[in-house]
Design a protein around this ligand. Structure first.
Ligand code: NAD
Length: 433
């Protein structure tokens, strides 16, 4: 089956590669010419384990192609997925200008029936707006459908998530749209055995914002518990373990740390708060989730500040720049908050990350970055661990301590054991223990 995907970012590229892997013929479209040029040379614009090999395999097999032309995408396939960004605007609302533009452009080129599928994370009732826009820009009497198919993949494990999802959600309002989407997903369902949930479009749109907000809430919940643990002399790791074994709660997303970041949770929680507000409901719970998340970064920063007394002229090593391991994405990463605060306070920064340095340096081009964490720690007055990369678990702590000027270690991911770190001579700070 032929499928076009407009927007070849994290979601579009991974989805396109996976659909091709499942045997579909896929055209990935993006208006970023440099990105498409790079992809045609089989250079990946993002880091994701296994992606390059999958893209190469399917390009070689002739099933995966790239284009900068929406017209080509519209001509190519009956089913067109929209996977462009929906970043927050100045007020926290989802900026729908990219989705709207794709709707307009596809409409102008449509000469026979097309199914437009919202894969981008969009506010509930987006399909209605899209419907009106397409109707206005259509040239002639052409029929079309809109469907919602929210994406749940996680950066860092995107290929595994896309090839073996927990569920596939589709929102449809016509039999034709349902039949087409069932056809797109048939090979994946046969291969992975996952469930396909068919519902109305508004419910499908809402499922995505509700899921991400719930996961962010779990993180903020355990972070709030970590604050109480600190005050009570308890250990949040033990509390979370005790909670997580309850099957009604589950262990995932119950790890205390510096808070959530990334391109999805912050913006999706913001957007969901705004959507609810516009519909007439004040989602006070989610406002607290946001506030706890902001406070957690500040709280960790406060620990560093208190320990150093004066930050000016101190050399600080930031270990981990990506918002989580397995990705080079630094959007809304805690590392950006720490870098801004520390630079402003007059600190000298040294950076380490196995894959995210390039993306981080786009925003802080003058900061020194090192290939090896021990080299990064050389002469540091303090280390701040912000991403739980497995490489850091293997860190030679003797060498690390010897490299530092002062062995202050602020662990934003609770990666090490407090007692063991103190025994080794570190001045160790973490969260909720
Ligand atoms: P991204 O920024 O990585 O990619 C978006 C792409 O769309 C860019 O390459 C951009 O050039 C392209 N684009 C923008 N306007 C275009 C146009 N008019 N024509 C063609 N291409 C255009 O974004 P992403 O992380 O892939 O996210 C896309 C959507 O999926 C967002 O709504 C996001 O919330 C959602 N989502 C993201 C993830 C994730 O982990 N990144 C997971 C699930 C859902």
């Amino acid at each position: 089956m032929r499928v076009a995907i407009v927007g070849t970012g994290y979601v579009g590229l991974v989805t396109g590669a996976c659909f091709a892997e499942l045997g579909h013929e896929v055209l990935c479209v993006d208006n970023d010419e440099r990105k498409i040029e790079k992809l045609r040379r089989l250079r990946m614009p993002i880091f994701e384990d296994g992606l390059e090999e999958m893209v190469r395999r399917n390009v070689d097999a002739g099933r995966l192609n790239f284009s900068t032309s929406i017209r080509e995408g519209t001509d190519y396939a009956e089913v067109i997925f929209i996977a462009v960004g929906t970043p927050p605007d100045l007020h926290g609302k989802a900026n729908m200008s990219y989705v709207e533009r794709v709707g307009r452009e596809v409409a102008e080129h449509m000469s026979s029936y097309r199914l437009l599928v919202e894969k981008s994370t969009v506010p509930v009732q987006t399909s209605r707006q899209l419907q009106r826009t397409i109707q206005k820009y259509l040239k002639g009497d052409v029929s079309f459908d809109i469907a919602s198919n929210p994406e749940f993949l996680r950066e860092g494990t995107a290929l595994g998530d896309a090839m073996c999802p927990d569920r596939i959600v589709i929102g449809v309002e016509s039999e034709r749209a349902e039949r087409l989407l069932r056809e797109v997903y048939r090979p994946l369902i046969e291969q992975s055995g996952c469930e396909l949930l068919v519902m109305d479009i508004a419910s499908a749109e809402l499922t995505k914002h509700a899921s991400n907000s719930f996961l962010a809430m779990k993180i903020s919940f355990v972070n709030a518990v970590s604050r109480v643990c600190e005050l009570a002399g308890a250990d949040v790791e033990k509390v979370a373990h005790g909670m997580g074994l309850d099957r009604r709660i589950g262990a995932s997303f119950l790890r205390a740390g510096v808070g959530y970041g990334g391109s999805c949770f912050p913006k999706d929680v913001d957007a969901f708060v705004r959507i609810a507000e516009e519909l007439g409901y004040e989602f006070a719970l989610l406002k607290q989730v946001q506030a706890i998340n902001r406070a957690q970064r500040e709280h960790l920063f406060g620990k560093l500040q208190k320990e150093l007394w004066v930050i000016e002229e101190k050399t600080i090593a930031l270990l981990g720049l990506a918002f989580k391991p397995g990705t080079d994405d630094v959007r809304e990463a805690p590392s950006l908050y720490f870098a801004e605060q520390l630079v402003q306070a007059g600190a000298k920064l040294r950076l380490w990350d196995p894959v995210a340095r390039e993306k981080f340096l786009e925003q802080h081009p003058d900061l020194p970055c090192f290939d090896d964490p021990i080299a990064c720690l050389a002469g540091a007055d303090a280390a701040v661990l912000l991403t739980d990369w497995p490489q850091l678990k293997e860190l030679d702590l003797e060498k690390a301590k010897a490299a530092m000027r002062c062995p202050i270690f602020v662990d934003g991911r609770n990666m090490f054991e407090p007692a063991a770190m103190r025994e080794r001579g570190f001045i160790y700070h973490c969260l909720g223990r």
